[in-house]
Design a protein around this ligand. Structure first.
Ligand SMILES: C[S@@+](CC[C@H](N)C(=O)[O-])C[C@H]1O[C@@H](n2cnc3c(N)ncnc32)[C@H](O)[C@@H]1O
Length: 275
């Protein structure tokens, strides 16, 4: 590539990353990730030792497990202008969700991936616990956590299984770029798990077809992946799913009309709240 085309490339739109799992999950449309890299059996055994349970076997095939932290970060945080713009609007939407909520000191970021959002949580002064199902992601996030000098820790866990979360109860559980990999029933189960481990708030990111871009990308996703593609919801559907999971919807903040994503801030229903 010439220097000139590289320079122009910085301003070009960033397409989907070919090496990242694009298709989900619901219906197990993707092959099982190599357990040796996604969740080494020794680590898996250690992490799950003593878990009693739901009886559900750990089935990483059901999840969009990412095993290449460097590729993921390069794709999400690469130097292109559009990436910076996207990050600005993503953080603006998160800030709008958090505005006025003064009782948040500790966040569990699940799945944290390589800790992409750690710098943002740090700026807010939160104690940060990161959790992911992929051991390579846990390793990368641990390094980032340490480099940023954060309080908290990073651990392996399954977002759907409350018994794999850290014992400390955070004020906020944040789940970004994850919920929409799953069908409705699984989304509600996931929200229930997030609510169960939070003292008060749950922040989740959904995809919606109710923006200009959402209408376009939903059509494209359907054509490419059929019903197994990433899932798009209306705001009314999102609010309904939250209710079903025992959460009250506080805010739904679109990233912008040019994005198909919204951030959703929810609070545990009063009766379900732990002190
Ligand atoms: C698209 S990344 C999102 C990471 C981060 N939240 C962000 O916004 O950059 C999805 C992450 O979910 C992790 N993952 C997949 N299934 C999981 C599960 N059941 N529990 C926890 N993490 C899971 C993957 O390994 C991957 O790191």
């Amino acid at each position: 590539m010439t220097t000139l085309s590289r320079w122009f490339g910085r301003f070009l739109p960033v397409g989907p990353c070919p090496h990242l799992p694009e298709a989900p999950v619901a219906g197990l449309s993707q092959p099982p990730p190599a357990l040796s890299s996604a969740a080494p059996s020794a680590a898996l055994a250690a992490a799950t030792a003593g878990l009693s349970g739901t009886g559900a076997a750990l089935d990483s095939r059901a999840y969009p497990v990412f095993t290449e932290p460097a590729d993921y970060m390069a794709c999400r945080e690469g130097g292109r202008l559009l990436v910076h713009t996207k990050r600005f609007f993503e953080r603006r939407a998160i800030r709008r969700c958090l505005d006025g909520l003064t009782d948040i000191r500790a966040v569990v970021d699940v799945p944290c991936g390589p800790g992409r959002l750690f710098p943002y949580w740090r700026r807010r002064g939160f104690v940060v616990t990161g959790m992911d199902f992929s051991m390579p992601m846990v390793a990368a996030a641990t390094e980032r956590h340490r480099d940023l000098g954060l309080q908290g820790r990073v651990l392996w866990g399954d977002a759907f299984r409350p018994e794999t979360y850290p014992g400390e109860v955070p004020d906020l559980v944040a789940s970004v770029r994850f919920v929409y990999y799953f069908g409705r029933e699984q989304r509600v189960a996931l929200l229930e798990a997030l609510a169960a481990v939070s003292r008060r708030y749950v922040l989740a990111q959904y995809k919606t077809w109710e923006t200009l871009r959402g209408r376009k990308t939903q059509g494209r996703t359907r054509r490419k992946h059929g019903a197994n593609g990433k899932q798009f919801c209306s705001r009314a559907e999102i609010a309904g799913e939250l209710r079903e999971a025992g959460l009250n919807c506080l805010r739904i903040e679109p990233i912008g009309p040019w994005s198909d994503r919204v951030f959703v801030m929810a609070e545990r229903a009063a009766g379900a709240r732990s002190s």
